[in-house]
Design a protein around this ligand. Structure first.
Ligand SMILES: [Fe+2]
Length: 435
């Protein structure tokens, strides 16, 4: 028995000489070794199949099967066993066969020297149990590594879920504060996903675009109410502050490694295809494709949503306005993808999102907090203001090309209709806004 090991080593000894069997059993049966002896080589094969013997010893000359053939069979049925061939007349070729075919651990000559055999068996037993212990530890380490990987993945997922939950809460709060509906960002998120799909985008990229669209205005958390909710025009200074929100959102998400792509979409979401956007005045394909998709989704949602100062445009009118701005505000390729999507799908997405709202109402009936009341119209863009956001009437005139009417860009900025011309571009960010 190997020190520190509780296991007793089991030895199977096969010989047609009964005196040799008895001598071996007398000499080695002990607490250290449990010895099984037999003259029946075929019966010994059945015993070996039980795979309980750590050491198998066989005489070379046997009536039904020679020792090499027997050990060769044992090598297949009990591969972990250490096999020893004993012979009174073992020539060179037999020895080679024993090693190559039987995979024997040692060759022993008859009559054996008891001390030498004891030393050999102890060494064999130690080798066997050391190998088994090594295998056990390797398996344990592998299992622990697997467990560690699973724990790490679970931890990552938990961090992602908690971060996402926190961000979703912020988005909801921001939507209620800014756009008077908690579903704007979620609709824009699903609209963006649908347009991305129409462009052939798949997998993790489409999920990043969906999340990026959801988080697009997260930086507005850092914009003061006096600016974000100002009913009239923003001053030049206020407008400068408002235009910081993409960069503020980008920095807010800095610590979330798993939102790297989403950060870029947040940073680019106010850029325009023609380079007249902000904060970087990027053009065309320099703008992340997620942000180019978002621009259309956001405008579409803004135009097709009711506001305190005007009713929603029809889907058809919104599509016409997006077509009009293809190549200026919007990437024409993304516009084409948008136009390929049937009206019905936009309606379905909107209903799907608003279905969550109904669930919210049910939750309230069961004791959930009351809804946040809509902001009074005075908190939104001034309906009569000089840079009033696009309304159905003005849009119709623009789309029809009425004489003397300068079509306003649809996508506006955060303070829709309330902002003066941005100093950098000289072009007023008029029109519908939610971005
Ligand atoms: Fe924005």
């Amino acid at each position: 028995m190997v020190p520190g090991k509780a296991e007793t080593t089991q030895i199977l000894f096969v010989d047609d000489d009964e005196r040799a069997l008895r001598a071996f059993q007398r000499g080695f049966e002990s607490a250290e070794y449990r010895v099984t002896v037999t003259t029946d080589v075929l019966g010994a094969l059945e015993l070996a199949e039980q795979d309980k013997f750590q050491i198998i010893i066989c005489d070379y000359i046997m009536p039904a099967m020679d020792g090499v053939a027997f050990l060769e069979r044992c090598r297949r049925i009990a591969p972990d066993s250490l096999r020893i061939l004993i012979s009174g007349d073992c020539d060179y070729q037999s020895s080679i066969d024993a090693i190559n075919r039987g995979g024997v651990y040692k060759l022993v000559t008859k009559p054996w020297d008891v001390d030498e055999l004891k030393a050999m068996l102890r060494e064999a037993a130690e080798q066997y149990w050391t190998k088994k212990e090594s295998e056990r530890l390797s398996k344990l380490i592998k299992e622990q590594n697997t467990e560690l990987v699973v724990r790490t993945l679970n931890l990552d997922r938990e961090i992602h879920e908690r971060t996402s939950s926190l961000l979703n809460g912020l988005v909801t709060a921001l939507d209620l504060r800014d756009t008077e509906t908690q579903w704007h960002s979620r609709r824009v998120s699903l609209y963006s996903k649908r347009i991305a799909k129409a462009l052939g985008i798949r997998g993790e990229e489409i999920r990043s675009i969906e999340r990026g669209a959801l988080l697009h205005d997260i930086g507005k958390i850092g914009i003061r109410d006096s600016i974000l909710l100002k009913p009239g025009r923003l001053t030049a200074e206020e407008w400068v502050e408002m235009r910081k929100h993409p960069d503020m959102g980008y920095k807010l998400l800095e610590g979330s490694d798993f939102l790297e792509r989403e950060r870029i979409i947040v940073l680019h979401h106010q850029e325009r295809y023609d380079g007249k956007g902000y904060p970087l005045a990027l053009k065309a394909k320099d703008i992340d494709i997620g942000a180019r998709i978002f621009a259309i989704a956001d405008t579409f949602d803004a135009m097709t949503s009711d506001r305190p100062y005007r009713q929603a445009l029809t889907f058809k009118a919104a599509r016409e306005e997006i077509i009009r701005c293809s190549g200026t505000q919007f990437d024409p390729r993304v516009v084409d993808a948008f136009l390929s999507i049937p009206h019905m799908e936009w309606r379905e997405i909107r209903e799907k999102v608003e279905g969550r709202d109904l669930k919210g109402e049910k939750a309230m009936a069961h004791g959930a907090p009351p809804p946040i009341p809509p902001k009074p119209p005075s908190l939104g863009p001034h309906p009569a203001g000089p840079s009033e956001p696009i309304r159905p009437a003005s849009l119709g005139a623009a789309a029809a090309g009425s004489p003397g009417t300068v079509p306003a860009p649809v996508v506006p900025d955060v303070a829709a209709g309330a902002a003066p011309p941005p100093p950098e571009t000289g072009s007023p960010p008029s029109g519908e806004s939610s971005a």
